[in-house]
Design a protein around this ligand. Sequence first.
Ligand code: NAP
Length: 269
Amino acid sequence: MTSTERIGQRAIDQGAALVTGAGTGIGAAITERLAAQGRDLVLVARDSVRLETAAERLRAEHRVDVLTVPLDLSRPDAPAHLAKHLKDAGVEIDILVNNAGAALVGPVGDIDPARIRELVDLNATAVAETTALFLPAMLARGRGAIVNIASTAAYAPAPYNAAYAASKAFVLSFTQALWHETRGTGVRVVAVSPGAIETPMNPGRARGKRQPEQVAETVMAALRGRAPAVVDGRAYVLQAFVFSRVLPSRTAARLTGNFFRRAAQSKQS
Ligand SMILES: NC(=O)c1ccc[n+]([C@@H]2O[C@H](COP(=O)([O-])OP(=O)(O)OC[C@H]3O[C@@H](n4cnc5c(N)ncnc54)[C@H](OP(=O)(O)O)[C@@H]3O)[C@@H](O)[C@H]2O)c1
């Protein structure tokens, strides 16, 4: 039996978990936690070698079946291709974690417009479309979970990180709305927003930075909880509250702008 056939077989009892952006950072930490619970996994990202290396390790350490699907989710046909591939293989998805994402720091006027489209296609469009593709089967089964990884950047406009923050605001709003739509259906929907996390997207240690494993812990707790949106880490809960509910948006934008302008300058130097 191949990995695909075994996952298809087991899905009858307990569907697999699909994690996008699964080869590194937060996605890798989430797959680790799901595998430790005995979940079969489908891992998606562009780098097939990295995905297969992660899959080998998860199979060996946790004795779960792991399928890898190398895919560029910013491409318009990618979510539909993924759903069809898994349907043809008989793989049922009970947990969907939309985690793949990318950032673009700098003034909008300096960024290639095509890169802004790519970012929005990956961070927002693919999240909404993938959710819409896998949700109906979960609703029909009366069970399932969708975790969309947003960001504390979703809670205020962010000059010099404008498209990223706006794409995450989309994820947060979309997920909160879907949480309401799915109440009482048996399908758990939640947005999880990390602050600064030490990953390939945000390398280097800094005060207040958290680790991917801590976000994975928050995701597992969010799956057990009932809230529509969860922020990872106490300091970031407070930050998100202050930036979205206390400060006037102009002040919030000035403060986030100062932070990301420095981040953009340090990237250049
Ligand atoms: N790190 C932070 O400070 C932070 C804070 C808040 C929110 N987040 C969010 O957390 C999520 C995970 O990020 P991370 O920090 O763990 O960074 P990361 O390690 O760079 O993870 C991003 C993942 O997305 C995949 N990916 C990127 N572009 C893709 C594409 N076009 N198609 C498919 N997969 C793609 C990458 O794999 P490939 O390159 O192989 O495709 C990678 O596995 C993102 O949504 C990010 O916005 C991160």
